[in-house]
Design a protein around this ligand. Sequence first.
Ligand code: FES
Length: 108
Amino acid sequence: MGQYRHHVFVCSFGKTCEKAGGVDVFRAMKQEAREAGLGDSVRINKSGCMNQCGHGPMVVVYPQDVWYCGVDASGGRRIVREHLVDGEIVEGFRYVAPPGDNKLVDED
Ligand code: FES
């Protein structure tokens, strides 16, 4: 096991996810994790573009390598409660796509 039970990345700096509210998702997830008492067991980071532009805001949870798309603040809170706390994947936001880049719009 690594340093954290879960390590979460929220696309917040890329052009499309940032416009779609990625920072709001990040803040909501951090607050929910605090309220859920997850403490140091979970690390939630802002990230740059994940090359899935147009599907976001994107969230990925490791070590399970589960990807979420179109996440809003409410969805981010659900991911914390249902995935990080209860261990259940939030199917309504789950992202399934071919491996690699899957941009609907160009980041640059
Ligand atoms: S800006 Fe988020 S995936 Fe590209």
